[in-house]
Ligand binder design. Structure first.
Ligand SMILES: Nc1ncnc2c1ncn2[C@@H]1O[C@H](COP(=O)(O)OP(=O)(O)OP(=O)(O)O)[C@@H](O)[C@H]1O
Ligand SMILES: [Mg+2]
Length: 261
């Protein structure tokens, strides 16, 4: 049964795309059939981190020139990838109709997917919220800054109050160490649960590391180029944790049916 996961944050620049790429590769290494979908239309950059040069993008599918199957780019690990339409101004303000078209196209691939990883745009915009609502589980990327807490809270609140999303996975990125990461998660959970009746599940941390920045410059994801490194292990642990975390139990149109857990 296919499971959909959106990597999101509220705040920009906290490491969503890098997390989505390495999470997708880690799930693939665990033997899953994975599709990474770059939903950051207009600012798409997952293909850059992945070191992939896609021939087709969501833009082609939305224009009706190719089928959804033809949007899938193969990569050497077996991970499949749907590239966003970088620089296409018509996609910057992707309307609801186009979002639904992407959703129904991808849902037709359900039988060939174990995990769909959606790299979401920053903010709590309609587009970011649309994808949080359309997945079984949203993974919130938090960093230890008040702005990250505030923006993540705004996103979680909107998803819960507007669409009844019940459960979120939360990771801490760019952490100093495991202990402070968990302390930061606990702070965020305590504030959030004071006001909202939701469940936040801690799924791990990734340390602040210059190696990650370098891997992005070199267009070689750490989970591929240094598979035995502690950083790659951190993404593998994250993948294993995400596989076990309870899904949200909200209504609404989702990528896949029947993945409730
Ligand atoms: N654990 C980390 N340690 C050090 N640098 C990191 C880490 N994670 C991400 N970065 C750096 O943070 C920057 C932003 O990462 P990324 O593009 O993945 O964020 P994003 O949340 O997707 O941004 P946007 O909101 O613009 O889509 C990158 O330049 C990357 O090098
Ligand atoms: Mg991004």
């Amino acid at each position: 049964m296919a499971v959909s996961i959106a990597v999101t944050s509220g705040k920009g620049g906290v490491g969503k795309t890098n997390t989505a790429v390495n999470l997708a590769i880690s799930l693939r290494k665990l033997g899953k059939r994975v599709v990474l979908f770059d939903a950051d239309f207009g600012m798409a950059n997952a293909h850059i981190m992945l070191g992939s040069n896609p021939k087709t993008t969501t833009g082609d599918y939305l224009k009706g020139t190719i089928s959804i199957v033809d949007t899938l780019t193969d990569t050497p690990t077996g991970l499949k990838f749907i590239a966003g339409g970088s620089g296409l101004t018509e996609l910057l303000n992707l309307d609801n109709q186009a979002r639904y078209k992407m959703l129904s196209g991808i849902s037709s691939l359900e039988d060939d997917i174990d995990y769909l990883i959606v790299d979401s745009p920053a903010g709590a915009s309609d587009s970011a919220l649309f994808f949080v609502n359309a997945v079984d589980l949203a993974l919130i990327v938090l960093v230890a800054e008040p702005t990250s807490f505030l923006d993540a809270y705004a996103l979680v609140k909107a998803a819960h109050l507007e669409n009844g999303v019940t459960d979120f996975a939360v990771m801490v990125n760019m952490a100093d160490n495991a202990k402070t990461a968990e302390t930061n998660f606990n702070k965020f959970r305590d504030i959030t649960m004071r006001f909202l009746d939701i469940k936040l599940h801690y799924v791990g941390m990734v340390p602040q590391s210059p190696v990650i920045r370098r891997s992005i410059v070199q267009r070689k994801p750490i989970s591929i180029s240094q598979p035995k490194s502690p950083l790659a292990k951190a993404y593998e642990t994250l993948a294993l944790k995400m596989m076990k975390t309870s899904h949200s139990h909200h209504d609404g149109v989702k990528f896949f049916n029947g993945a409730q857990k």
